[in-house]
Design a protein around this ligand. Sequence first.
Ligand code: ADP
Ligand code: MG
Length: 247
Amino acid sequence: MNHNLELQNVNKHYGKKKHALCNFSFSFTNGIYGLLGPNGAGKSTLMNIITDNLLPDKDGGKIVWDGVETRILKEKFRSSLGFMPQQQNLYENMTAHVFLNYIAALKGLDRKSATNEIFKLIERVELTDSIDKKMGGFSGGMKQRVLITAALLGNPNLIILDEPTAGLDPKQRVIMRNMITSLSEEKIIIISTHIVSDIESIAKEILFLKEGTLIDSGTIPELLEKVTTNEKTLENLYMQYYGEIKS
Ligand code: ADP
Ligand code: MG
């Protein structure tokens, strides 16, 4: 099925002064999107608004999922959604297994399919040996892998990953990338990062966010044409837009 997520003039202020998201409009269709921007660009704000963890301004635009506004869809929208938030608020005293069962229950999965899915996913992220350990003792990278597993449970059609590779070592980054690419059919996947190499080989389109404004977007060949230096790389375009490589 072809899905569509449409954002129309979404605005978010924090307090009176901070305009964290400025008239953001974009139409997402099936495939992987990279949301690039340095710290403070508004990536998490955008993702939290899409996933209904944060309200936009009053009269702050529309979010439309497959033709219907998400604020009307409510539960129906949530059941299509897999979200991996940036902050790692895990239940430190729970084992990964208990946590994932809990998330599966919240998503309405029956026990048998939950167990199957959890074991399949946890094996892919190489956490099988730690599944019955308390998450309080997990490294940042292990927590990230539990969180992506939680986001993927229930096979959602819209997957939003806020800096999924933060804290991962190079091998885990590759595992994460492969996992994401293996999902992409018939889904919309949005990944935020400030690391160009995380997404340049897998994204269908890349969005550049700067100080809350969408300053550019396009396919990689389209974007590479805009590079003004001799070496036409996405990293150089990032430099052009943000002045420095942040990593
Ligand atoms: P990113 O995820 O790209 O790093 P954020 O969406 O977290 O960016 O932040 C965008 C801007 O909004 C930043 O300037 C940040 O300081 C500000 N901001 C984020 N959350 C809050 C908040 N709860 N209160 C006030 N300002 C905030
Ligand atoms: Mg963020």
